[in-house]
Design a protein around this ligand. Sequence first.
Ligand code: UDX
Length: 441
Amino acid sequence: MYNISVIGTGYVGLVTGACLADFGHKVICMDSNSQKIKELKDGNIPIYEPGLFEVVERNVLYQRLSFTDDISYAVKNSDVIFIAVGTPQGDDDRADMSQYICCINDIANNLDGSKIVVNKSTVPVGTGRKAQDFFDEKANGDESKKVRVVSNPEFLREGSAVYDFTHQDRVVLGGDSHEAIGVLKEIYRVLYLNETPFITTNFETAELIKYSTNSFLAMKISFINEIANLCDKVGANVQVVAKALGQDGRISPKFLHAGAGYGGSCFPKDTRALVAIGEDYNSSLNIIKTVIYTNERQKALMAEKILHEYEDIKDKKICILGLTFKPNTDDIRESPSITIIKRLIDEGAKISATDPEGIENFKSFFKGTNYENDIEFFKDEYEAIDGSYGIVIATQWNQYRMLDFNRISKVVNRKILFDLRNIYRRDDIENQGYEYIGVGQ
Ligand code: UDX
């Protein structure tokens, strides 16, 4: 059992803290946002993440998991400190490191003994080594203030983060200290016993593995989206192409679903940050630049696909099913729905929008903008569809996979379905008397 603290209670920090407590460690989750900590102490989880509530509740009950807004308390009561603060995209596409820098200063100023600091946050290549140098300088040879840094990037997906934590494809540990890496292996003993592969390497490699993984996956998506667009032109079916591609063992079937483009907190930010890192080292990442361009264009093309079907969309109500960047999350960051809705409103359309979890975040995003008054939100998808001139599936939430078209047919003004996630079969929809527009089918 290790005494651990996790700084930052976003989805990475909270999932990491709760799951490490579930592994049997004593974990303090720390966040400078006192309101968030108060909520957590009251048993409220500030993010929507399936399964997380149960893990948090169980470990609080067994007194393995606690919460604080006091960094000094967190540092002094732990031997291993995981940093999981946000490193959002800065103005120049580079990661904004202000929270991270603040965090390592806070740790250094509260040291009461030797510690291991683990970088979970996605940080630019070179950060682990810089942090190690920073702590070495501060300790100035004093062994009782010695900090050993380990880079341990996370690969959790929103919506399945708890499952992903316990079913990691690999654990990456980067750093100079074999001893500290050994401690991390012990902390992840449960995974080790389950034969999860461990990759131990230097800081730079570990940091680059994170950016390369996300960029490679983003590349697969942009690749299949470009093929989908070509399929539309030549009369091919992208789903069959993707299936055949995936059956080639060298390619793998995952991340080959054509759609409205990727969004979220990681792929857009990490691809841009990797390009910026390449620029810093005069090493141009042309493929990733194209991936970014293709993805932006894909979102825009979705709006054009819709507009193409209307002679005049002015004052016509278009229903958008799904606002989050993917199902099982309330995260709307870089969601294709944002691009699509803005473009449709710019052309005069009225939007009725629905989402099981994302409405509040979407409302706040558009609050105070010119678009705000042209979007009406509904909790129920059938209410949102009522009176519409077109239905757009923008996120593949399960409840949109089994729509009752008989019921819908009685209330729509035009029978047309834009299936931007390819969740229906063209024949099935056309047989119900609808026009069907998919992506690459
Ligand atoms: C991603 C990585 O998967 C995860 O390892 C990392 O830690 C954080 O970034 P996440 O952003 O939660 O996770 O979502 P993910 O499920 O990977 O999907 C990312 C985006 O790609 C979504 O917008 C999704 O709709 C899109 N996508 C995914 C596709 O368009 N097609 C696919 O085949 C797969």
